[in-house]
Design a binder for this molecule. Sequence first.
Ligand code: ZN
Length: 260
Amino acid sequence: MIASRRLISNCLPFYSFGMERDSKGLAIVIKSTKIRERDRLLTLFSPSLGIVNAVSYGARKSIKGIKAPLYTEGTFSLEKGRGGMTLKDIDVISTHDALLEDLDSAQSAMLFSDLILTARSSEPELYALYTAALDALESESFEKVSVEFLVHFLSLEGISGDYTTCPICGKDYDKAEILGFSSSEGVPVCHDCDTMNGALLLPPNARAYLKRSLELDFQDSLDLHVSEEQEHRIFRYLLRTLPFSFPGKLRSLEYGIWRI
Ligand SMILES: [Zn+2]
């Protein structure tokens, strides 16, 4: 039995699975940190186990090393020992190699991982979104995938904007209305409720695109057609509003390669 699917605190080095000695389940390596010369501490994101830390021992005389690079998805077999969980085996589904070959795709994947780990969310719906977004990064533009990931992530977290009605005054937006932004609420608002002096404006066509994205599931939203320039503007808008919308510090953006 799994007591809870949520990680209670990042301070806990290992997740407890009750009395079970071994665990096996679908998971993806969402973070990988080098510890000692040949070993790594893997943070696994699993729809059934939540967020789990496990040590992956590098090859040495007595142990056969198992490689599990960042973003490897598969069925992970973990063994519970005195020091915590150890990776025993993986049945690999995807290694997402292509993500690390392109700087922008790698930065997108880093942002997605950062959002999930900072939000400390591990619901199965989020796992489906995260892995689908990593898959999509291998073939679609990083800006399109990032826009749709952010729209759906914020929606799952319950902090998405409302593109029909102003959440402050309750007024329905006009078709041609340009929205402002509320820095305290972290969402777009009508012109009268704007607190940013027009610094974060959302034009009607971009608003219609975000509204339509929210109505579709992630996979279908990738089929929405929009020009590259428009995609770029919406991408920049979401990245600029993210620090107001998301209540956590995002190191991936702060120290990342994108200048927003
Ligand atoms: Zn308003």
